[in-house]
Design a binder for this molecule. Structure first.
Ligand code: 5RP
Length: 235
């Protein structure tokens, strides 16, 4: 049976609550962006009120503002040497734990924070765990300078690009960039696509997050599946 939006919200909350189990006092915690992470931040704030002591690094202005409003300490990424664990959402995740992120427009900061993190945990509802990536449009962050030309390059390479819009203007990320979404339908060779996109002048980052996620927590009803990456198992 098709899950309703409410079912998926319940699953997001279940995954977010499960992720709390991975947080210990003394940790520096990276905070992702989006509606699933919002549940995690709310649960984290409760734990902090109960005595948990942590510092956080935010992946977006929205996450930073929400965290501070709930009494969570937020520090700059440059103020810490490393992040112990980052909890983030995702738009699609496959069984290799590769994913597409950036639906919320925070992909660049999310990727920088993930690469400074010793462990990356993603929290998703069950609809986002897919056999093959690509149904969700792949976000590509580009500098506004010459972005029409970057767009044309994408067309020439055979992609179907679309500028992300907000209030009838090009969407602007926290880093001051635009986002172009690519409708791919299926991504057979994610690394090849990622490399091709990264080579286009003007492209800052792609929403392909490959070999980054260590653990995915998938909400299923009120329960969760916790899947570890093969990489983590062989470490
Ligand atoms: C933001 C992201 C989000 O993690 C992703 O879009 C999932 O969001 P949500 O939890 O709201 O479904 O990558 O850039």
């Amino acid at each position: 049976m098709q899950k309703t939006i409410l079912d998926l919200v319940i699953e997001k909350k279940a995954a977010a609550d499960k992720a709390i189990e991975f947080i210990e006092s003394g940790m520096i915690v990276g905070l992702g962006t989006g509606s699933t992470v919002k549940f995690f931040i709310e649960s984290l704030a409760e734990k902090i009120r109960d005595g948990l002591i942590i510092k956080t690094v935010s992946t977006s202005n929205a996450t930073g503002a929400l965290s501070k409003s709930l009494g969570i300490e937020v520090v700059e990424l440059n103020a810490v040497e490393k992040i112990d664990v980052t909890i983030d959402g995702a738009d699609e995740v496959d069984s290799q734990l590769n994913g597409i992120k950036g639906g919320g427009g925070a992909l660049l900061y999310e990727k920088i924070v993930s690469s400074a993190s010793q462990k990356n945990i993603w929290i998703i509802d069950s609809s986002k765990f897919v056999k093959q990536l690509g149904n969700f449009p792949l976000p590509v962050e580009v500098v506004p300078f010459g972005s029409n030309h970057t767009f044309t390059k994408l067309v020439q390479l055979g992609y179907s690009p679309k500028f992300r819009m907000e209030d009838n203007k090009n969407f602007i990320s926290d880093g001051g960039h635009n986002i172009i979404d690519l409708k791919l339908n299926k991504i057979v060779y994610p690394l090849k696509i990622n490399n091709e996109l990264q080579l286009i002048p003007g492209v800052v980052e792609t929403g392909l997050f490959l070999n980054i996620c260590d653990i995915v927590i998938i909400g299923r009803g009120k329960e969760c599946d916790v899947i570890e990456s093969e990489r983590l198992k062989t470490d």
